[in-house]
Design a protein. Structure first.
Length: 94
């Protein structure tokens, strides 16, 4: 996911395009096998932590991930308004 080409008013004019992604590592030997693979833009991570997203998925009464993701987007929009993009892919691993 990238917003590197759009949303110019949110970007530093000098660093408008980058090939350096933000990544985060998690030690699964402590946590056990991962349940989900979540790839999301800063429009999600600026308002929800990794733990918040997993809790949101686990606590949802919905069966389909697309419905859960839509509800998560609604929650983010209620918190922040609609000034940035919100993109996310959730894959269930099993």
């Amino acid at each position: 996911m990238t917003g590197s080409i759009g949303d110019y008013h949110f970007k530093d004019p000098v660093n408008i395009l980058t090939n350096v992604p933000y990544t985060d590592e998690i030690d699964y030997s402590v946590l056990g096998s991962p349940l989900y693979l979540i790839v999301a833009c800063d429009g999600v991570w600026d308002y929800m932590s990794h733990e918040d997203v997993i809790d949101f998925i686990k606590n949802s009464k919905q069966k389909w991930l697309i419905t859960i993701m839509s509800q998560m987007f609604d929650t983010i929009i209620e918190k922040k308004g609609g000034s940035d993009n919100i993109s996310c892919i959730i894959a269930k691993l099993n």
